[in-house]
Design a protein around this ligand. Structure first.
Ligand code: ADP
Length: 504
């Protein structure tokens, strides 16, 4: 193991390191005359240090203070001829020697570091001040936010009361217009009155909707209503306007006689916005409106042969109070903004296709519960039903109910028992719980269909499911009813199942 560097290495290092340094060694006589001057390299020379001269005034005092001091004594950072020098005083035996070592560069570096440290400490002081200001600003911000929230709550209350104030008189005008229509069936005036009221109601609703924007408490007002009624009203509302512009106005819906559950007023708002635009921006040809319910989706589409919308404008038209194209027509530029907000709120989708000078198509897809036959309540029920559920209370409850409705009910509590009963009675309609102790309702239906393919199946369950085929591409269950079962819906499904009507 090495205990130190060899003499050879030490010698080498000394020489190498010395080569890099600039220094002068002075040997002094007792009267401080310079006896000899040795400089490290020819470029390095300190003025006034010549052999035979007396030690200059700048160095002499150092010798005074170092007399008798233990050596070597070092005076750092002495300024001589514009340079910074460490002065080492070697005294003792023999003449006094001074080693003058150039440390200008190191001194400069040190000064720069000190400067940096100073700057950093200034910065951190500044940061502390800024942090304090930030805290103040945050406090102020919080205060302002609380004030804004208060103001927004006041705005919501104002909107709620205004909407009531507006809607009530409009509703009463509409009601009287309705009455007038029955009293004066041949007059066009009541209808015009009704049309204007609808328009006014939509404008008011658009404005209120815009004012409510950002208010997360706004909820949809769900109700059950007839899709046919809405479509007929829309037809009545716009036909005069279409006739007045000599436009062909096509209104279609399918299937007929169905009920949907949505926010009716907002659905009407969407339709009025889209159709009034189509009529406003179409000058010849056709405007058509289709309402279709398929599966669990309501598809509305409005097509026109109007002036169309330029591709660049398609994005802008949804911005509030934005109108595009040359336009003398009235309009606040809010219709499409609101329409999109409403469709979003209903978890729906809005799509547009438009070509300038050719026309536009607006498609709206809104998820909404299955259609039910509006008239089914009135229709009589008779026939045999197999009801399978492993909950005895449910079985007894629905047995009583269905028998009240005029049906003969066979009850089973398992897949196996269900199959047995089916063999005995061959019921045209089977209602089964999804989860059974020995299998599931879809399995039971599949086995039944294998033998009696005409059987109609209804699945009930506490969980949500939309895939009535349950992975199979063959026959599907006609309905999936979620517990608690809506009796109106159940009755209407049974009516349609016995009639063999396709409900989707
Ligand atoms: P406005 O009250 O101006 O009709 P909207 O938000 O309903 O406001 O529509 C914004 C703009 O989109 C309209 O100014 C119009 O230029 C254009 N637009 C909307 N629907 C149609 C359409 N069916 N055909 C042509 N342009 C349309």
């Amino acid at each position: 193991m090495m205990t130190g560097i060899s003499e050879r290495a030490a010698q080498y290092l000394r020489e190498e390191l010395l080569k890099r340094e600039s220094y002068t060694v002075l040997v002094l006589a007792g009267d401080r005359t310079i006896l000899s001057v040795q400089e490290s390299n020819p470029d390095w020379h300190l003025a006034g240090l010549e052999q035979g001269l007396t030690l200059p005034e700048s160095l002499s005092p150092l010798l005074d203070v170092s007399e008798g001091a233990p050596e070597p004594l070092v005076f750092p950072y002495v300024r001589i001829s514009g340079m910074v020098i460490d002065v080492h005083v070697l005294q003792g035996e023999g003449p006094v020697e001074l080693v003058l070592h150039d440390v200008t560069e190191a001194h400069l570096k040190e000064q720069t570091l000190q400067q940096r440290a100073h700057e950093i400490s200034l910065l951190s002081e500044r940061r502390a001040v800024l942090n304090k200001e930030l805290e103040e600003l945050n406090r102020e911000l919080l205060l302002r936010r609380q004030q804004a929230e208060k103001a927004s709550a006041a705005k919501s209350r104002f909107i709620a009361s205004m909407s009531h104030e507006f809607r009530s008189p409009i509703a009463s005008i509409m009601g009287y217009a309705d009455l007038l229509r029955t009293e004066l069936p041949d007059s066009r005036n009541p209808r015009a009155l009704q049309q204007a009221s609808w328009h006014l109601l939509t404008l008011v609703e658009n404005l209120l909707e815009q004012a409510r924007e950002g208010d997360e408490n706004v909820s949809l007002n769900l109700s059950r209503f007839s899709l046919d009624r809405v479509v007929d009203d829309i037809d009545a509302l716009f036909r005069t306007q279409a006739d007045g512009k000599n436009l062909e106005f096509i209104v279609e819906s399918s299937p007929h006689g169905v009920e949907i559950e949505l926010d009716e007023l907002r659905l009407r708002q969407i339709l009025i916005n889209l159709i009034s635009n189509a009529l406003r921006y179409t000058f010849a040809g056709q405007v058509s409106f289709h309402a279709e319910h398929r599966g669990n989706t309501l598809h509305l589409y409005v097509r026109d042969t109007g002036r169309g919308i330029a591709p660049l404008d398609l994005k802008r038209i949804f911005e509030p109070f934005t109108r595009v194209g040359e336009d003398n027509s009235s309009g606040a530029g809010l219709g499409l903004t609101i329409t999109r907000q409403l469709v979003d709120r209903m978890d729906g989708k809005l799509e547009i296709e438009s070509k300038p000078e050719v026309g536009s198509e607006f498609h709206v897809y809104i998820p909404c519960p299955r259609i039910h036959d509006t008239d089914s309540e009135a229709l009589p029920l008779s026939g045999e039903v197999l009801w399978v559920d492993d909950d005895q209370y449910i079985l007894s409850l629905y047995q009583v109910l269905l028998e009240d409705w005029g049906l003969t009910v066979h009850t089973a509590s398992s897949v196996a028992q269900g199959k047995e009963l089916m063999k005995q009675h061959v019921c045209p309609v089977v209602v089964s719980d999804l989860h059974l102790t020995d299998g599931d309702g879809f399995e039971l239906l599949k086995e039944i269909w294998a033998e009696w393919p005409q059987t109609e199946g209804i699945i009930i369950s506490g969980s949500e499911i939309n895939d009535l085929s349950h992975g199979s591409t063959e026959k599907q269950a006609r309905a999936f009813l979620q517990k608690p079962i809506d009796l109106k819906v159940l009755r209407s499904e049974l009516v349609m199942a016995f009639a063999g009507v396709d409900s989707t």
